[in-house]
Design a protein around this ligand. Structure first.
Ligand SMILES: [Zn+2]
Length: 271
């Protein structure tokens, strides 16, 4: 607009033009803001990234005293776990084993009698495992193809024999040592300080007083949830980490294979 051709503000025409101009500016600002908020309409939708996973595992159960408490906590925090049950305990408490499945968690095999590989050898472990399987089938309890050798005792020959039968040998990356009853604070600290994507946590829901384990879990679960972790079963863990059919978990053994047999002691080590 050239100088001298302006319309003086204050006239009727000037007020009208000012109103139209203001409306246009506001409209343009609104469109810019909307475009900034929504992005260009031609952009491809981005897939939501999946949250990092951690696998919680519980050995030696089921237990009528501790397993239901653990299941209630898992449900409360939208978590699922893998329970490496013993045939001897499933025989006593099949109803509790069924509750594990109903919660959305899964059963896996820890054998029947908690045999020590270093004492019974490959054939002894396989016999014990089959005995547990027969019981699970008899009780119509679905079990996932994961085997955790008692005490974590295994060697390459055992891993191979189990793989040939379709099992993945599952150890752990975080040992809470809860079997030694070190206190809920110790267990909580150990898990929270070592937690990272892909961790496999070892705990026990039977085999002794597991009050520390339950109390620790009540402290651990809300923190892991708030940190964005999703607590998943081992089949889900394998799927999410694209591991297909691993021969053993975690992918890097948590302890040396050449470890000598543990000295027999009533206090453990117990897994
Ligand atoms: Zn065990």
């Amino acid at each position: 607009m050239k100088k001298g051709q302006g319309i003086r503000a204050g006239t009727k025409e000037g007020r009208w033009i000012t109103a139209v101009a203001t409306a246009m500016v506001l409209g343009a600002l609104t469109m810019l803001t909307w475009s900034w908020l929504t992005g260009p309409v031609t952009a491809a939708p981005t897939a939501p990234s999946e949250p990092p996973v951690i696998a919680l595992t519980f050995d030696d159960g089921p237990s009528p005293e501790y397993t239901p408490k653990i299941l209630a906590l898992l449900t409360r925090y939208h978590a699922h776990a893998t329970f490496f049950v013993l045939g001897s305990e499933v025989a006593r408490f099949p109803k509790i084993a069924r509750e594990i499945v109903q919660q959305g968690s899964v059963l896996a095999n820890h054998g029947y009698d908690h045999v020590n590989f270093f004492q019974v050898g490959v054939r002894g472990v396989l016999r014990d495992l089959e005995r547990a399987n027969r019981l699970l089938a008899q009780e119509r309890l679905p079990a996932t193809p994961f085997y955790r050798p008692p005490f974590g005792n295994a060697n390459a020959a055992l891993v191979r024999a189990l793989n040939q039968r379709g099992y993945t040998v599952a150890l752990w990356s975080i040992d809470t040592r809860d079997w030694a009853r070190p206190g809920a604070a110790f267990i909580t600290r150990r898990v929270l300080s070592e937690a990272k994507p892909g961790a496999i946590i070892l705990m026990h829901d039977s085999g002794g007083n597991r009050a520390d384990t339950v109390n620790a879990l009540a402290a651990i679960l809300p923190v892991l949830e708030s940190e964005g972790y999703q607590l998943v079963t081992l089949p889900e863990y394998v799927r999410r980490l694209h591991l297909h059919t691993p021969t053993e978990l975690p992918l890097k053994p948590a302890k040396p294979r050449s470890a000598p047999p543990p000295a027999p002691s009533p206090a453990g080590p117990w897994t």
